[in-house]
Design a protein. Structure first.
Length: 286
């Protein structure tokens, strides 16, 4: 469980103001911070990471106090067990992919995670190449793998895919979901991309001028937005007590989507469907 309550004087897009937020987040959830540029979203990530100190506040992660300004507790970033992925990949250009990952190991840490991450992120063919020879998407996969080397339980993502084109962005979203589930992470993403949020996130917090103005599921938050439709073929159906997880083949990708039980009652594996993910409404295609 993340339990955070912080305050800090900041310079927002419209001038000076006060970041004042408090929220709790269950373990293994995927949360997005959404809002206009300069609203304070990145500052929240930096305070969670220990890269910025609030004027006052408290952060408790899974029962461990990372920050308590009253009692003068403020753990250094390296003691917070986090992975942090910025927009800037910040890879060492003089090192190979494998060397970049090895450099991220803690002193005395076994090298086993490196092999696992290279396999999980499909980096085997790239591991002996240097970052300057890689595409933007490949570099991002390396940066994401490096953020996971120390096996964090909290992954912080500051618009990591914003510089990529649509096709590559879609592929990297699948990698994000895969590592989130494989490593049972608690993930906090900053994003402006509504389709990305709908595809990846379980909860959304809307931040405006340093304050939380709304919180809910992606479909609740974006219910008044323009319709967003995904077309694909059902690969698998997993029925649960109150919902159904559809595994769909969309183009060259495989995505998972949770929908209400009633909307999926007549669906079968192999059906081609269109899903309006903002409603959600499912239609069978011919």
């Amino acid at each position: 469980m993340i339990d955070i309550a912080i305050e800090k004087e900041l310079l927002f897009a419209t001038g000076k103001g006060r970041l004042q937020i408090a929220f709790q987040l269950e373990q293994q959830k995927f949360l997005t911070l959404y809002g206009a540029s300069g609203a304070g979203k990145t500052s929240i990530l930096r305070i969670l990471a220990g890269l910025m100190t609030p004027d006052k506040g408290k952060i408790v992660i899974n029962g461990m106090t990372w920050l308590d300004t009253v009692n003068k507790i403020n753990l250094a970033p390296q003691k917070r067990n986090i992975g942090f992925l910025f927009q800037d990949y910040a890879l060492f250009p003089n090192m190979t992919v494998q060397e970049n990952l090895l450099f991220a190991l803690k002193k005395g840490q076994q090298k086993n995670p490196i092999k696992d991450l290279i396999e999980l992120m499909d980096l085997g063919a790239l591991q002996n190449r240097k970052p300057t020879t890689l595409s933007g998407g490949q570099q991002q996969r390396v940066a994401l793998a490096r953020a996971l080397v120390q096996q964090p339980k909290l992954l912080l993502l500051d618009e990591p895919l914003s510089a990529l084109d649509g096709s590559m962005r879609n592929k990297l979203q699948q990698y994000l979901l895969k590592i989130h589930r494989t490593y049972q992470l608690t993930t906090v993403l900053v994003s402006h991309d509504i389709p990305e949020i709908l595809k990846t996130s379980e909860e959304v917090i809307v931040v405006e001028q340093g304050a939380i103005i709304e919180r809910g599921t992606p479909s609740e938050i974006f219910k008044n937005q323009t319709s967003f439709t995904i077309k694909g073929r059902i690969q698998a159906i997993q029925r649960e007590a109150k919902s159904v997880k559809l595994t769909m083949v969309v183009g060259q990708e495989v995505i998972d989507m949770n929908v209400e039980l009633a909307t999926a009652i007549n669906l079968s594996v192999g059906d081609r469907i269109s899903v309006d993910v903002l409603q959600p409404i499912i239609r069978k295609d011919a």
